[in-house]
Structures are given as C-alpha cells and as structure tokens.
Design a protein around this ligand. Sequence first.
Ligand code: GDP
Length: 305
Amino acid sequence: QEKYDKGLEKTNRTFGERLNAFFAKFRSVDEDFFDDLEDLLIESDVGYETAMQLTDSLRDEAKLQKAKSHDELKQVVVEKLVEIYDQGENNKDSALTYDPDAKPNVYLFVGVNGAGKTTTIGKLAKRLKDSGKSVMMVAGDTFRAGAVEQLVEWGKRDGVEVITGKENADPASVVYDGVSKAKEQGIDYLLVDTAGRLQNKVNLMNELDKIERTIKKILPDQPNEVLLVLDGSTGQNALLQAKDFNKTTELTGLVLTKLDGSSKGGVVIAIRNEMNLPVKLVGLGEKVDDLADFDAEKFAIGLFQ
Ligand code: GDP
C-alpha cells in the first residue's frame, strides 16, 4: 500500500514540484546532478529528446558551475528552456496570422473532445471583435450533442453571428455555408469549430481533410491558421495527438488550455522542439477574458511554481 501511495504521489506531483524537490536536494553541480536532472526531465512532460538536449547544453554551460543558490540554478534552466522554445527560425511566430486583404481569415480549430475548442473560439471571437474587426463563427461540430448550442450561446454573449447546420449535418457543408457567407459579407475573421471524437479516428481525420478542402475550394489561401487545441494536463499524450493531427492537416500552432488548474503544460516544450509548432494562445479559465498570448519566459518560470 505504501508503495502504491508513493507511486501515485509521484505521478500526481507536477513537473515544477519535482524540479523544486530536485534542486532542494543538490548542493553541488557534479555528474550526479546532471544524471539525475536528465532522468527527471525524461520522466517529465518535457520529453526525451528535449531532456537530452537541455542537459547537454547545461553541461557546457560555465554559468551553471558558477550558480550558487538554487534560485540561480533554476534561472539557468529557465533560460535554457526558453532558448529551446525559441530556437525556431522565426521566434516571433507565436502571433496569430492576419492578412488584411483576406476576407475572411479562416482559423480552423481541431483537437479531441473536451480540449477546449468551443470555449477558445468563444473567447477569441470576443477579443477580435473588441479590436474592431468583424467576426463570424461556424459550428462545425455537428456530432457532439450540445456543441452547436454551446457555440450559439457564445455567439449571443459575444454579439457574433454563428453559422449552424441541422443536427448531424455534414460538417463540410456547414463550413461551406460559413465560408461563402463570410466572403460575401467581407468578414475579417471566420472561426471554425470542428468535432473531436477519438473513438473513430479515421472518420474524424477524413472529415477534417474534407473541411479543409472545402475551405480551399472557395478560398485557396485559407485557412491561414489550423490550431490544435490541447488540454494542458494531457502530458506526453499531447505530443502523440499533435503528430496524429499533423498527418491530416498541416498544423500552424497550438492553443494550450486549462493552465489555470494544476497542469503546467510542459509538453509544449517537447512539441516545439520536435515539431516546431508554436503556442499561439493559452486558456486560463472558462470566462470570456481568460485567454492570453503565450509568453515563453513566463511559461518556463511557471513550471517551477
Ligand atoms: P471542446 O470539446 O474541445 O469544444 O471543449 P469545450 O470548449 O467544450 O471545453 C470543455 C470543458 O473545458 C468545458 O467545461 C470548458 O468550460 C472547459 N475549459 C475550456 N478551456 C478552459 C480553460 O482554459 N480553463 C478551464 N478551467 N476550463 C476550460
């Protein structure tokens, strides 16, 4: 029983808690330090390749040898995490793409059920509208009971029109209506919600492919964002989801939700490192204002809190 409790305790502890415990244990930076750090990082959501890269670069880091307090050590690790995150060719790529001539800019939201797609779209619509742009939403998740009503609710609150189809309508046909209408009216942004049932992955991927082709039929340069919405507490499984979805649609970025809970979302460092996908938005709660831009440094510091 004791062993069982310990095991559970270990998995329940967050990456930050484990890192803190780790730093509290060490007095000197020697080979043991690096071996243990490597193990800890591999176990954590940061992932294997990233763990190796991080410890290798820390080994070469003279600064680390000079760091005296735990806080100084942590600061060096934070800097390295940010460096790994920002290594992409264009490290300013966490802004959402906007083409002023595109009417509309189409953002397609994908991800498994419960990740937070509908909520994110509802929040983003309000933010974009408040910035003075015209916005329309498409309820492309015609499969999940309640998904359409949920988006319609957001539409009412935001004062944004929502395009819907009949129950169990072909999602691509609803998207077709949405894109046509937004184009006709010269709308700036069209936010498209999609289904996320994992039980039938092949069908889901075919559906997403069809939706994307439908958009391109009317607007060959769109969608200019395909955002994978990930629940921040998903752990390493998030990397698998990202790889899965990326096979069908060319993802342009991530939305990391539920960072207001205990999850820290360390896995996005691995996703960035292995797939070069930036986080574009983070969800910090269920309310309309609980949406923020991603800040790599704040995020890395947050891993320790
Ligand atoms: P979807 O199936 O991907 O469309 O997911 P939903 O948008 O319906 O969200 C699933 C649940 O997560 C809902 O209860 C949301 O209110 C909740 N949720 C979404 N984003 C966040 C967030 O950033 N923080 C918290 N605490 N809850 C969220």
